[in-house]
Design a protein around this ligand. Structure first.
Ligand code: UPG
Length: 260
């Protein structure tokens, strides 16, 4: 068994749909590594059973919440305090190295080469490229690092109220220290049009390895016609219509039967 793992997080049955599609996208891309998902007690037993069908490890963790309403209001995303729960990924010490992927990401090509990178490798955030986006990052599980980050969080909080602000403060030299820790953008391409450089999206479309549905509109919230099996993509996602359709195709082919 590989000592490397892809790790994601879900705190409810809705994000679990994303986690299921993500796992199948990794399997389709023929990863050689294990899949692990962190679940909180609010994920239903039935959904855990579905996750167990495709993840090697389904690990229950308690919710960690920043409870930082003021900074989360700046993001207009009060729900993101629970993303501190992501920090539990450092406790998966049965693995040597891991890549964390948000449950709203979709793997389009094999990315196993990411495990050659060191902690903390991540791609720039589109809105502030001197920060990394915490939807995709390479890390080394360690109970020590987990304690250091949580102690840091208690002392310093997070400048955006979510895990991304916290991790950028903790790994504060990411922007300047080591270019090898800057992942190419193709490993974490934001799908939402207003964050997207559309001519570049078109130019480099076939090179995208991981697509990230960052922001409020997640693929599982997009209107889908169960008869035609087509997703109705809004103008915000028109450039990525085929990729949203791919998310839904994976959902229909690999996930839906197990839910009924
Ligand atoms: N998540 C849950 N339940 C929730 C909210 C989030 O399980 O109620 C998990 C899930 O894995 C999700 C991830 O946390 O994909 C991040 O949350 P999401 O709503 O997808 O955030 P984004 O809109 O992608 O926003 C950004 C970053 C993300 C970071 C978040 C908070 O892309 O990596 O976690 O901001 O800092």
């Amino acid at each position: 068994m590989s000592k490397f793992a892809w790790v994601t997080l879900t705190t409810n049955d809705t994000y679990s749909l994303g986690a299921l599609v993500l796992a199948h996208s990794l399997r389709r891309a023929k990863t050689a590594h294990q899949l692990a998902v962190l679940v909180t007690p609010t994920v239903s037993p039935a959904m855990r059973d579905r996750l167990k069908e495709v993840y090697n490890v389904v690990q229950e963790v308690n919710v960690l919440d920043s409870q930082d309403a003021a900074n989360l209001a700046l993001l207009s995303r009060p729900e993101l305090g629970v993303t501190f729960t992501k920090l539990h990924c450092w406790r998966l010490v049965q693995f040597e190295k891991c890549v964390f992927l948000d449950a709203d990401t979709l793997v389009l090509q094999n990315c196993d080469e990411l495990f050659e990178r060191e902690e903390l490798s991540a791609a720039p955030d589109v809105s502030w490229p001197d920060c990394f986006n915490s939807g995709v990052f390479v890390f080394r599980p360690s109970v020590d690092t987990f304690s250091q980050i949580t102690e840091f969080a208690v002392k310093n909080g997070s400048f955006d109220g979510g895990d991304q602000g916290l991790l950028n403060q903790f790994f504060g030299d990411w922007a300047t220290a080591d270019i090898k820790k800057h992942l190419p953008f193709v490993y974490n391409v934001t799908a939402y049009a207003s964050y997207c450089y559309l001519p570049a999206f078109k130019q480099f479309r076939d090179k995208i390895k991981i697509l990230h549905f960052a922001g409020k509109l997640k693929p599982w919230l997009i209107q889908f016609n169960s008869e035609t099996k087509l997703a109705s993509v809004s103008s915000d996602y028109a450039h990525a219509q085929d990729l949203i359709q791919l998310w839904w195709n994976i959902f229909c082919e690999n996930v839906i039967q197990s839910l009924s």
